[in-house]
Ligand binder design. Sequence first.
Ligand SMILES: *[C@@H]1O[C@H](CO)[C@@H](O)[C@H](O)[C@H]1NC(C)=O
Ligand SMILES: *[C@@H]1O[C@H](CO)[C@@H](O)[C@H](O)[C@H]1NC(C)=O
Ligand SMILES: *[C@@H]1O[C@H](CO)[C@@H](O)[C@H](O)[C@H]1NC(C)=O
Ligand SMILES: *[C@@H]1O[C@H](CO)[C@@H](O)[C@H](O)[C@H]1NC(C)=O
Ligand SMILES: *[C@@H]1O[C@H](CO)[C@@H](O)[C@H](O)[C@H]1NC(C)=O
Length: 451
Amino acid sequence: MSAWRPGSGALSSPGTGSWSWRCWWWWVVVIGVSVGSGDPWMSAEACPSFCSCSSTRISCVDPERGINAFPVLQSEAEMENITEIYIANQGSFSSINDKDLHYYKNLRNLTVTNSRLTYVSKLAFQNNIKIQYLNLKDNNLSSLSWRIFKHLNISYLILTGNPLHCSCENMWIKLLLGEEADTQELRCIEDGGGRKLLSRLTLPNCEVPMATLTPSKVRLREGKNMDLSCTTSGVPSPELIWNMVLVSNYEIETSGQISWLRLSNLSSLDHNSKISCTAENIVGEKESSLLLDILFPPKITKLSDAIPDHHWCIPFSVAGNPAPHLQWFLDGEAVTEGAYIMTMIHDVTEREYHGCLQLDSPTHLNNGRYTLLAENEYGTDQKDVEAHFMGKPWDEGPTVDPPEDRVAVYVVVGIAAVAFTGFLLMLVILKFGGNSKFGIKGKTLHFYLHW
Ligand SMILES: *[C@@H]1O[C@H](CO)[C@@H](O)[C@H](O)[C@H]1NC(C)=O
Ligand SMILES: *[C@@H]1O[C@H](CO)[C@@H](O)[C@H](O)[C@H]1NC(C)=O
Ligand SMILES: *[C@@H]1O[C@H](CO)[C@@H](O)[C@H](O)[C@H]1NC(C)=O
Ligand SMILES: *[C@@H]1O[C@H](CO)[C@@H](O)[C@H](O)[C@H]1NC(C)=O
Ligand SMILES: *[C@@H]1O[C@H](CO)[C@@H](O)[C@H](O)[C@H]1NC(C)=O
């Protein structure tokens, strides 16, 4: 905070004489920027003259020359660096709308205090997931929806000094703040006009919803059918929302506070997919969810040519639940794994295991047809691949050249190239060497050749 750069506020000396000048400059800047960026929304000066800015903080506190919306800085990059915005004493600042804070994506601290804030859009902080500290003290907020904060992880929320109604819509604030509401001495205004500590607020027909998914676990063979039910409660009666992305077929049937999800012909592609049921009303939301556990036989989805890495690797991918047991064969004989040859799993995704048959310094004795056999209690799968590590001396074929051979090839090609260039130069010299017209050039070339 000590490193404040004096904003262009320094330019705005009072006095009508300089006003037209400033106006003129303003327009030059605005027009320049809008023409330059092609984005009219971005047309703004570096830091509004009535605010002060550092590279991480914007502060607008001057009640004389007020603002009615958040400042917009010149570039997106500058706004991304801002972690704190502090606004105070702004009599015309009344709302935070959908896009106002869109570019301030690293904002952590936001204060709007002693202003006339009346409305905060549900999407106001959509792009500001890092907000932790939100101070909206001494404004004109009568209600605030929990949906504004749904995706955030707020540590401090300060709302004292607002005419909050003692309504169900504000009940979530009491539930969220708990004892903190008393520490802040947060009060709400009853219909009669009386003020009441928010922590004492009790309302009939105002309850957080509940959602319960049954059964709570699904472990089934692929191809099977299954019904899930979601039961919700809460007043006002909540909206019930299923949330899932499935390959399997399903139908939804809802009746009052209960909804059924009828899954049919379960696909193994949905193994480890999440199914959730959410109940939502003005007091809040609750989610109940599960991960599908779908049992299916192994499927080798990839088995490719050996690649030289730190070790040699025959890469493979195999799906299966439960995890398949893997066995390798070389030309039909079981491979005994040990320090020099072993199966390594490098990555496990929702339904697949990705790995290598790792070979340490393989020789021609390791050449042959490799078969991978994957097995679990529901079935087996197998695939083959030819691997050729190093030819016997008399063995020509599609071998991967060992490094020494490759170096030798480069040397031969290099020598040939140099010799050919020399030959061309000689030709040129012989052709023009005796010609007086090109004598000098001939000599020059000679010089380079001897060099
Ligand atoms: C943003 O912050 C970084 C690191 O602090 C700095 O290097 C960069 O110049 C800043 N960008 C702008 C546009 O201020
Ligand atoms: C945010 O505000 C809190 C409380 O005033 C302060 O302790 C913290 O340092 C601020 N953080 C940033 C990133 O400005
Ligand atoms: C405060 O908000 C109410 C609406 O909730 C509005 O009618 C009133 O004009 C606002 N007061 C001020 C001073 O902005
Ligand atoms: C939310 O913030 C708290 C501390 O501020 C932290 O411990 C927690 O991990 C955060 N949760 C998420 C989901 O970011
Ligand atoms: C079940 O799904 C599989 C593919 O996932 C499909 O081949 C099969 O025909 C389906 N069976 C029925 C009865 O729909």
